[in-house]
Design a protein around this ligand. Structure first.
Ligand code: AMP
Length: 482
């Protein structure tokens, strides 16, 4: 007997799990499924990557099959709320996969896409609705959906919902649910506010904790590469040209940083796509699909966009910049080593980020091994890496993506990265990053002229003596990159 059927799941659901090659329940599944099949409320402390979606989806599907009830217009049987569109789409896909023999209807209601198809789906009525809170509230206010017949509700990644300011919409939504219902609450961490929300939301919950809050999964090998000023870009390229970096997520702190890294990689022939909050939902989904299918080998992401993303077989996570919030590090590295696979997380750390590294080590309760110390590259290497435009003549439109308005406000909103004068725009700088594919026509195009001024995500440049940059550039051009 399959161990999932031993847990009491419906035959249709067990069949779907076997088809997906799920043979052994993960710890959160083994603990949660029996509790949920009994109809109890659940407080689950677990990160994504632990198998928590199947832990709640499979028993909820089983209960729906055990109590068949036709869906009625504008009504929903199971409501799942998730903080991001990507996570909502993933959860809905999981319900469809695990419910493929159960004949259930599932829809995703998220922002950033048109209302029409969502309204139609809601008007028909649904077995399972997976939604982000803002758009769901809009539909409720429009009268497109009612929640008074909801049998079970799931709040996923509650701590992330809180970070994104979703608590008010969630409370409004919860107020419309019937008193008698099954409630599930999942969070990777349990700070005070989240635990207060959980006790409001749940009724005599059973608690399941699969890993202590915010501890790092042990399956991820974590490394730090210390880089000198300007060394991040070249170090990133050096890593990505290695064949074992088959499917890598690179994290940056800012959306603009993600775009810049992405463009810089693109210039060297690496197929990289960015995913962050300024991209439309369709662009985000297209980037994810390309990454999942292997068309793009690198996904460059910010924390918010990447959280909860489930891409199998991510070989490496690279922190191009450390996050300001140490907990985000745990979420980032959780993108690799998913579902039992080994994974590697490498952080490129410069002197300005040592305090962030210390905070992370404190949180994960272990020192992170420094596997390499790279000599400082030229203070401008990163800048060349992330800002060098395509050479003149290539882009006749004049709309180089790296160009910023040169009105003196270009750095507004960015950090103050030290003195920067207008003549920086016209200086010729060599491209010091190691080209990844020698055959790439773009890789061979050096030297480049930098005429862009903008916010840079790197804060390593120190004031230098006049002329020292020129000397440093000369030294760089004479030596291979460290
Ligand atoms: P989740 O934590 O729900 O995001 O799941 C992480 C990944 O683990 C997903 O790719 C699931 O398809 C996979 N997964 C979940 N449960 C199992 C299982 N029992 N056996 C194998 N893979 C699983």
């Amino acid at each position: 007997m399959n161990s999932f059927s031993a847990l009491g799941l419906a035959e249709q659901v067990v069949r779907a799990l076997s088809k997906e090659d799920y043979t052994v329940p993960t710890p959160i599944q083994a603990q949660s499924i029996p509790i949920l099949l009994k109809g109890h409320d659940l407080l689950g402390i677990a990160q994504t990557g632990t198998g928590k979606t199947a832990a709640f989806a499979t028993p909820l599907l089983t209960r729906m099959l055990q109590n068949p009830r036709p869906v009625t217009p504008r009504n929903v049987r199971v409501l799942v709320m998730a903080p991001t569109r990507e996570l909502a789409a993933q959860i809905a896909d999981s319900f469809k996969t695990y419910g493929q023999f159960a004949g259930i209807t599932v829809a995703t209601i998220v922002g950033g896409v048109s209302y029409g198809p969502q309204v139609k789906a809601l008007h028909r009525g649904l077995d399972v609705l997976v939604a982000t809170p803002g758009r769901l509230l809009d539909h409720m206010q429009e009268g497109n959906v009612r929640l008074d017949k909801v049998e079970a509700v799931v709040l996923d990644e509650a701590d992330h919902m809180f970070d994104l300011g979703f608590i008010v919409p969630i409370r409004k939504i919860l107020a419309k649910l019937p008193k008698t219902r099954q409630s599930l609450f999942f969070s990777a961490t349990m700070p005070r506010e989240i635990s207060a929300l959980a006790s409001e939301f749940l009724h005599k919950p059973e608690r399941v904790e699969v890993a202590p809050a915010a501890t790092t999964t042990e399956r991820v090998r974590q490394e730090v590469i210390m880089v000198g000023a300007g060394g991040k870009g070249p170090a990133l390229l050096d890593l990505l040209k290695k064949p074992e970096f088959e499917r890598t997520i690179v994290f940056t702190r800012t959306k603009r940083g993600a775009d810049k890294v992405c463009k810089a990689l693109d210039r060297t022939g690496i197929v990289a796509l960015a995913i962050h909050g300024n991209k439309s939902q369709n662009q985000r989904q297209a980037a994810l699909d390309s990454f999942k299918s292997g068309r793009a080998t690198v996904l460059v992401a910010t924390d918010i966009a990447a959280r909860g993303i489930d891409v199998p077989m991510v070989s490496h996570v690279i922190n191009f910049e450390l996050p300001d919030v140490p907990e985000s590090y745990v979420h980032r590295i959780g993108r690799t080593a998913r579902a039992g696979a080994e994974g590697i997380a490498i952080s490129l750390v410069d002197a300005s980020e040592r305090h962030l590294l210390r905070a992370i080590e404190k949180l994960v309760r272990q020192p992170i091994e420094v596997t390499a110390r790279l000599a400082g590259a030229s203070a401008e290497s990163d800048e060349a890496f992330i800002e060098a435009p395509k050479p003149r003549g290539r882009n006749n439109s004049g709309k180089n993506a790296n160009q910023r308005p040169q009105n003196g406000k270009a750095n507004a909103g960015g950090r103050n990265n030290g003195p920067r004068t207008d003549d920086a725009r016209s200086r010729r700088r060599p491209f010091t990053g190691t080209p990844t594919h020698a055959s790439s026509p773009r890789a061979a195009e050096a030297p480049r002229t930098v005429d862009a001024v903008g916010e840079r995500p790197i804060t390593t440049r120190k004031p230098q003596r006049p002329g020292s940059r020129a000397r440093e550039r000369h030294r760089q051009s004479q030596q291979p990159q460290a």
